[in-house]
Design a protein around this ligand. Structure first.
Ligand code: FES
Length: 210
């Protein structure tokens, strides 16, 4: 009887053995999973976060166009401002968009915009559709050739001073001279409270065509 007792003490009960193995394997599985998770967690922490810089955000619907330079820098461009330059040597104003949160988005080159008051009757139908009823036009002012600011005016055409690119602002900035590969995109605008407000997205990607 005593012999029998000793034998059962050392014998492995197959069911108990299987259960122990299953528990052990489960424990190993949980531990491996935890290790993987913690690795992923640490890895995620190492991925550099892309911080949003408000002054580098692209122009958006609802932004107000403000003076980019001159004594009125950062102030909204008004219809009166556009009327005042209409017959000047440079009949347009270079602008940046200002967000509803009052951030002037001047640190993104492709936010450089040209605004002018033009004769509605002279505009092509598509140009007119994206202009305000008063005749306010806006285009990306970044030349499609190599990215200079298109800052001059010559014979009723918009002139890029870098290599002589010429655009027709009455006809969707159609290229009429120079090494420019394509028109700059138009920006739909409207006038609200006397200020120029962005009413839609650029018709194409702004910036040099490289
Ligand atoms: S960058 Fe404008 S014509 Fe070359």
């Amino acid at each position: 009887m005593a012999e029998h007792h000793a034998a059962t003490h050392h014998e492995e009960d197959p069911q108990a053995h299987a259960t122990r193995r299953a528990v052990l394997q489960a424990a190993i599985g949980v531990s491996a999973g935890a290790t993987l998770l913690s690795t992923l967690w640490v890895g995620a922490g190492l991925v550099p976060r892309v911080e949003k810089v408000p002054s580098r955000e692209p122009v958006a619907v609802g932004d107000v166009l403000v003076h980019a330079t001159g004594p009125k820098t950062n102030q909204p461009i008004t219809l009166d401002d556009l009327r005042a330059v209409r017959n000047e040597r440079i009949p347009f104003i270079i602008a940046f968009p200002k967000s509803p949160e009052n951030v002037v988005k001047k640190d993104l080159v492709t936010n450089t915009i040209m605004v002018m008051l033009a004769e509605v009757e002279r505009m092509s139908p598509e140009t007119r559709r994206l202009a305000s009823p008063e005749g306010v036009l806006a285009y990306s002012a970044v030349c499609k050739h190599l990215g200079c600011t298109i800052s001059q005016w010559q014979n009723d055409l918009w002139l890029c001073p870098c290599h002589g690119g010429l655009y027709d602002v009455y006809d969707q900035a159609r290229v009429v001279g120079g090494p420019v590969p394509k028109p700059v995109p138009q920006l739909p605008v409207k006038v609200e409270g006397g200020q120029v407000v962005v009413a839609g997205e650029f018709t194409d990607r702004p910036g040099a065509d490289v």
